[in-house]
Design a protein around this ligand. Structure first.
Ligand code: NAP
Length: 297
């Protein structure tokens, strides 16, 4: 059997088209324009390219959009004052501080200064708590993207055995919390495995998963014989394993794609699976934040 590919770029394009329509309606019916500020400190090339991509997408969707570039020498107090300014700006619904920040700045202090209702990355402890108790207005972008890929590429996860490999604060733990909620598109029976789980138990849990989400940061970790026939496999991993002939980074996931695609029913490729979803979910969160601020949700 060769698995169906769940193509992140196609699903992301579908969601962006839905968002664009929603933004047009928000403007026409409610005079609300979603506003996003991306704050970039310094000129780290990877950060510049992430922020540029976020700005480009927000412009395409018709947002009010600001890219705020700050010197790498900015003091923590000045950055906190900037956050405070955007917290109070009614035209801004989403504030994104591109990480990493320079070493002299306490990243947590900055992230925790963002108004939780404008925290479109959903990293603020208030949003982590809201997610756990099921009252979150938006979900952390990467696991939210995984949820969309499962829902649109596989089907309803309700009652399915869902196993998450990895328990990081940005992927594994929020993935668990999202999928165990008694909510549409979730409501799965969730297990999480990590380095504290004996290796033979990891394999045992993976083998009984209807849906397997892998976020371990270990290249080609999950093998073909760890996967149940017909399972849905979501590979979050992005590992650089060399350079292509054209000089680009050669990437692979945390799943041994060639082996696993022969067992799985559907699978996300790397690149082109989870990756393209992350920015789209940030845009979705910004639209949600704007609707929330306007009292529409
Ligand atoms: P992380 O912070 O390094 O966490 C990795 C998690 O996997 C940890 O909980 C760790 O367990 C667990 N783990 C590591 N080795 C393991 C093993 N051999 N068996 C079982 N569990 C193991 O990584 P992350 O930030 O969650 O990212 C995971 C992967 O996703 C990385 O490849 C990253 O580049 C990628 N990623 C992609 C996107 C995207 O947009 N596509 C976004 C974020 C991350 P312990 O807790 O016990 O140490």
């Amino acid at each position: 059997m060769s698995a169906k590919l769940i193509k992140g770029a196609e699903v992301a394009a579908q969601i962006r088209a839905e968002l664009k329509k929603e933004v047009e309606e928000l403007k026409a019916k409610h005079n609300v324009t979603p506003g996003l500020v991306t704050i970039l400190v310094g000129e780290d090339p990877a950060s510049v390219s992430y922020v540029t991509a976020k700005q480009k997408t927000s412009h395409e969707l018709g947002f009010y959009s600001i890219q705020d570039n700050q010197s790498p020498d900015i003091t923590e107090d000045t950055l906190l004052a900037l956050i405070d300014k955007y917290n109070k700006d009614p035209k801004i619904h989403g504030i994104l501080v591109q990480l990493p920040l320079p070493k002299h700045i306490d990243s947590n202090k900055v992230l925790y200064a963002i108004d939780p209702d404008k925290d479109v990355d959903a990293f603020h402890p208030v949003n982590v708590g809201r997610l756990c108790i099921g009252t979150g207005i938006f979900l952390p972008c990467t696991p939210a993207g995984c949820k969309e890929l499962i829902n649109r590429g596989y089907g309803d996860p309700k009652g399915k055995e869902l196993v998450v490999v990895g328990r990081s604060n940005i992927v594994g733990k929020p993935m668990v919390n999202i999928m165990l909620q008694k909510a549409p598109g979730a409501n799965a029976t969730v297990t999480v495995v990590h380095t504290g789980t004996p290796q033979e138990k990891i394999i045992e849990h993976c083998r009984r998963a209807d849906i397997l989400v892998v976020a371990a940061g270990v290249p080609k970790y999950v093998k073909g014989d760890w996967v149940k026939e017909g399972a849905c496999v979501i590979d979050v991993g992005v590992n650089r394993i060399g350079v292509t002939e054209s000089g680009k980074a050669k990437l692979c996931g945390d799943v041994d794609f060639d082996e696993v695609k022969e067992k799985a029913g559907c699978i996300t490729p790397v690149p082109g699976g989870v990756g393209p979803m992350t920015i789209t979910m940030l845009m979705s969160n910004t639209v949600m934040a704007a609707k929330h601020a306007a009292g529409l949700v």
